[in-house]
Design a protein around this ligand. Structure first.
Ligand SMILES: [Mg+2]
Length: 101
C-alpha cells in the first residue's frame, strides 16, 4: 500500500502529540501547502536530472494549485494581490532572466 507524504506526515504527527495539541486547520493548510511546494520542486528536479516527462510535474502543479485555491478560500491570501505580485515577478524576469516572458 502506497502512503502519500501527507498521510505519512499526518500519521507521524498524530502519533507524537496528544489530542489537544493537534494542529489547527490553518496549520494543516499551511503544512500541506509546504509539502506540495516541495513535491513540485522534486518533480522539476527529476525532469532536469533524469529527463523525465512532464506528467508528474503537471500532477504536482495541480496539487499546488489546489492548495493555493484553498489558501484563498480560507482568506489567507487575496488573488488580486497574488496577481499583482505575479505581474511584478514577470517584469523582474524580463530584466534578470533569458526567459521569453
Ligand atoms: Mg502532491
Amino acid at each position: 500500500m502506497k502512503i502519500s507524504m501527507y498521510n505519512a506526515s499526518k500519521m507521524w504527527y498524530n502519533s507524537t502529540i496528544t489530542r489537544n495539541e493537534k494542529m489547527n486547520k490553518k496549520e494543516e493548510l499551511l503544512i500541506i501547502f509546504m509539502e506540495e511546494c516541495a513535491e513540485a520542486a522534486i518533480e522539476a528536479s527529476k525532469i532536469m536530472r533524469f529527463g523525465k516527462g512532464n506528467e508528474l510535474l503537471e500532477s504536482e502543479v495541480g496539487d499546488l494549485t489546489c492548495m493555493i485555491q484553498l489558501l484563498e478560500e480560507s482568506g489567507m491570501i487575496d488573488m488580486a494581490n497574488v496577481q499583482a505580485c505575479a505581474d511584478a515577478k514577470r517584469e523582474k524576469l524580463k530584466k534578470w532572466s533569458d526567459l521569453n516572458v
